[in-house]
Design a protein around this ligand. Structure first.
Ligand SMILES: Nc1ncnc2c1ncn2[C@@H]1O[C@H](COP(=O)(O)OP(=O)(O)OP(=O)(O)O)[C@@H](O)[C@H]1O
Length: 347
């Protein structure tokens, strides 16, 4: 889609910005999940700035109680679908970009398919189930996740699973918050939320989105910003630089299919063999196949298009079982873990 650059002249004229940086925005594809208090202001700035493709995912309808902070909606639109109204309004705001409507609830059944079309995902939802789901799916696809949350007068913004310069990833949500007891955290309806806080945190999410795309300034990668709307104080907490990668809890109930060494030997050519141990372990000794360490298991996506069944192996069978769970749950692929690993073969 051809963009009229004159509408962006005030940002193009910024020191160090220019038409080339504007093109980075035009090429970018950003998904905003949750068109509520955070998603509305985030979407308005991202669309206004000329991000070329902006997806909006929400399944809900507008209610009167949303209007004090969900600034894309008007009184006469109560009862109408948020995704439809938000997209309609954003297309009017900037007809030069592609606004994609996802009038759906993001679930474990559709998350991988929906988010794979985007370079960056914003989480503006209000529940832990979706927060962990988006996190896990972003980890597996290798997509950075910009997350915001607000409660009463306090909010936070963080960027998870973003690439570091050396090829590692910054921590993801589960690295820092392995589990949350959702029952102990009241929602906005019960606890209330200060309306302008949604605008401030949503705009910060948009701010970090534009910085990530244009590689400007110092982003919140590896950090979390906490903001208090009553005192206007903010603090930045470091979350570390490298992901520990624990897909713990992810599909804990998923059953892993195992394959014996005999089965593999008898029918080896019909399997894609993947060593999920570290590079050094693989170089020291392996039984063939490709090497994707379990912490980078997202890279398996490149190999899923063929019809081959996948067999993962490691030293004892523990890491391969973990990787197989992740692949099965999120890609729905036929995957096996090699029984007992390969440690005995090495002797
Ligand atoms: N899994 C999901 N898929 C798509 N949208 C989601 C999902 N989970 C939550 N949302 C959306 O995220 C938005 C969050 O908005 P917000 O936090 O302002 O609360 P709300 O649900 O709109 O309002 P209230 O809490 O007052 O009922 C909502 O529009 C909700 O429909």
């Amino acid at each position: 889609m051809q963009q009229d650059l004159s509408r962006y002249s005030c940002q193009i004229n910024l020191p160090g910005f220019g038409a080339t940086t504007q093109q980075l925005l035009q090429k970018a594809r950003v998904l905003i999940v949750g068109a509520g208090g955070l998603g509305c202001p985030a979407a308005q700035y991202i669309v206004a700035a000329g991000v070329g493709t902006v997806g909006i995912a929400d399944y809900d309808v507008i209610s009167a109680g949303n209007l004090h902070r969900q600034i894309l909606y008007k009184s006469n639109e109560v009862g109408l679908k948020k995704a439809e109204i938000a997209c309609q309004s954003l297309r009017q705001q900037n007809p030069g970009i592609n606004v994609v409507m996802h009038d759906i609830r993001i679930t474990d059944e559709n998350v991988m398919e929906v988010i794979r079309r985007y370079d960056l995902v914003l989480d503006g939802t209000d529940n832990f189930e979706t927060r962990y789901l988006l996190n896990d799916a972003c980890v597996l696809w290798g997509i950075p996740l910009i997350q915001g949350a607000i409660y009463q007068y306090e909010g936070h913004v963080a960027i998870w699973n973003a690439p570091n310069a050396d090829g590692t990833r910054s921590p993801h949500y589960r690295d820092i918050f392995p589990q949350v007891n959702a029952a102990q955290v009241p929602n906005c309806t019960e606890g209330g939320v200060f309306p302008t806080l949604a605008g401030i945190i949503g705009s910060m999410m948009a701010n970090e989105t534009l910085k990530c795309i244009t590689q400007a300034g110092e982003t919140l990668i590896g950090k979390m910003l906490v903001f208090d709307a009553l005192t206007l104080q903010s603090r930045i907490v470091k979350t570390g630089t490298v992901s520990k990668f624990v897909i713990n809890g992810l599909a804990a109930a998923t059953k892993v299919n195992t394959l014996s060494h005999e089965q593999l030997r008898a029918n080896g050519s019909s399997y894609l063999l993947v060593d999920v141990r570290g590079k050094d372990e693989h170089n020291a000794f392996n039984i063939g196949g490709i090497n994707i360490p379990v912490e980078h298991i997202a890279a398996i996506k490149e190999h899923l298009l063929g019809n081959k069944r996948i067999v993962l192996y490691c030293a004892s069978g523990r890491r391969s079982a973990e990787g197989a769970k992740a692949i099965k749950t999120l890609f729905n692929a036929e995957v096996y873990s090699l029984e007992g690993g390969i440690k005995d073969l090495q002797k």
